[in-house]
Design a protein around this ligand. Structure first.
Ligand SMILES: [Zn+2]
Length: 54
């Protein structure tokens, strides 16, 4: 997803009356101008989850 999509998701998520905790189980690589930012965003809540290489 793009950084814009992630930001929109985060806004939408926080608009909930009582946002449930999200475990960020489904991640998608964040894209900026069709190139990767190296970050991953949760597709449910839009939160940025930094991918830590092992
Ligand atoms: Zn999440």
């Amino acid at each position: 997803m793009t950084t814009i999509q992630a930001a929109a998701l985060r806004v939408k998520w926080k608009q909930q009356v009582d946002p449930p905790p999200c475990e960020h189980l489904n991640l998608e690589l964040e894209l900026s101008d069709s190139s990767s930012t190296g970050n991953y965003n949760c597709i449910v809540c839009g939160e940025c989850v930094v991918h830590k290489p092992q």
